[in-house]
Design a protein around this ligand. Structure first.
Ligand SMILES: Cc1cc2nc3c(=O)[nH]c(=O)nc-3n(C[C@H](O)[C@H](O)[C@H](O)COP(=O)(O)OP(=O)(O)OC[C@H]3O[C@@H](n4cnc5c(N)ncnc54)[C@H](O)[C@@H]3O)c2cc1C
Length: 389
């Protein structure tokens, strides 16, 4: 691809940069994993949406700017470089919305996307169950046909920010007699305050309460909230998963900005930091730049009508491992102060390196574990024989 940006791309980048430099809060918002932080981040979503920066690549009718995928990548670079707040609407915007664009009806898009873009409705992902994580197709929660819709029963777990979110999207077994586990599943949307839904926050080591498990007892979902054909939920879910592992969940801007901050830490570090740490800083800069170029190549292939497919697994392994290495290097540079939590007065950068480090450790687990991604890479990209499961 041609790496020279067009005048329109440069103008788009400049407009985003100017808006962000005027609007990004000078002091970071409280953690979005807490009730107070969640609502502060929701307010931020409203502000982004008011000036049409919340979903730049969506069509204008849904609150976007019709920006190209490359422009979205540029926006993300500016967003993270400006130190803008984490996106509390991310599950909806980067997972459910692409699924609705591909498999939803016009009525669903018209009803769901606007409030999602404006942060009025924040979505949680309800896929995992206590006995079904990597082997998602073994899930046991059910959707049973009733007049005008479906009744949901069962338990979902590890639902990010579900303690404060408004609605959820999930997979349910609608045909228990289907021949194979991947068949007979349906993809549905439901309200987290609907009768029969119990949301129970999961205790986390850092005490933040947003992660939750969901208990569903005869929860009614109208037909209008089924995405795609009933019984064909697996095919719909795989397009959500492709987006999660591909570009949309973790864009390179997040890592180029973090690597830039790491280089700044290195420049401020005492001389005793030593050359070995310097090499790790350089590795992080190179890794972030490599991921950025890989993403540009993906974006240009998609713009030419191609698709990502199993290569999204390569992406996922790469960014999750880069994130850990980058944060480990930062903590080694900071020494003991680096371990202070975000509420400690003397925590460098408001504790963001320590928080980023603990979160980075989850990267190889969520969005499909890295072991599973390596299996996919081996089988589908390298053509190696199927492993024994
Ligand atoms: C921070 C975080 C946020 C999350 N958010 C959400 C969310 O919002 N919604 C949601 O639905 N879920 C969410 N999850 C759950 C996540 O999707 C699951 O944790 C993940 O799919 C793994 O499932 P599991 O935890 O049941 O582990 P298991 O599937 O039990 O795996 C345990 C270990 O065994 C390995 N393993 C399993 N099968 C194989 C195999 N065939 N070959 C080789 N190794 C294997 C795994 O790689 C892993 O190391 C989140 C998880 C985390 C950590």
């Amino acid at each position: 691809m041609d790496l020279d940006l067009t005048a329109a791309d440069e103008a788009f980048r400049a407009e985003a940069r100017a808006w962000l430099s005027a609007q990004v809060p000078a002091v970071p918002l409280p953690s979005l994993e807490t009730a107070e932080g969640f609502s502060a981040h929701r307010e931020w979503e409203h502000r982004l949406a008011a000036d049409r920066w919340s979903v730049v690549s969506w069509p204008e009718e849904y609150g976007g700017r019709g920006a190209s995928l490359l422009q979205w990548l540029l926006f993300e670079e500016e967003y993270y470089a400006a130190g803008a707040p984490g996106r509390v609407g991310q599950n909806g915007i980067s997972l459910l919305a692409p699924t609705l664009f591909e498999h939803g009806t016009d009525e669903q898009r018209a009803r769901v996307l606007g409030p999602m873009a404006r942060g009025e409705v924040i979505w949680a992902q309800a896929w995992s169950e206590p006995e079904s994580g990597s082997d998602l197709a073994s899930l046991r929660s059910t959707a049973v046909r009733t007049d005008g819709g479906w009744l949901l029963n069962g338990q979902k777990t590890w639902s990010s920010r579900a303690a404060f979110a408004d609605r959820a999207f999930g997979l349910f077994r609608s045909d228990p007699d289907a021949a194979r586990p991947h068949q007979g599943l349906s993809y549905l949307m439901f309200a987290l305050d609907a009768p029969g839904v119990t949301v129970r926050p999961l205790g986390r080591l850092d005490g933040k309460p947003a992660f939750a498990e969901l208990f569903l007892d005869e929860v009614f979902v109208p037909d209008a909230d089924v995405i795609g054909e009933p019984g064909r939920g697996w095919q719909v879910a795989m397009s959500t998963a492709g987006n999660e592992r591909g570009l949309t969940l973790r864009s390179p801007g997040r890592f180029t900005a973090a690597a830039g901050r790491l280089a700044a830490l290195w420049r401020e570090a005492p001389q005793t930091a030593g050359p070995a740490l310097g090499e790790r800083v350089a590795d992080a800069l190179i890794g972030a730049r490599a991921y950025q170029l890989f993403a540009y190549a993906h974006a240009s292939r998609l713009a030419a009508g191609g698709s990502i497919g199993a290569e999204s697994s390569l992406n996922k392994v790469f960014w999750s491992e880069l994130d850990i290495a980058l944060h480990e290097t930062a903590l080694d540079l900071l020494g003991p102060y680096g371990m202070l939590a975000d509420d400690a007065d003397e925590a460098p950068a408001h504790g963001s390196w320590a928080e980023g480090y603990t979160f980075s450790l989850a990267g190889p687990i969520y969005a499909g574990t890295n072991e599973i991604q390596r299996d996919i890479i081996a089988e589908r990209l390298l053509g190696l024989p199927k492993g024994r499961r």
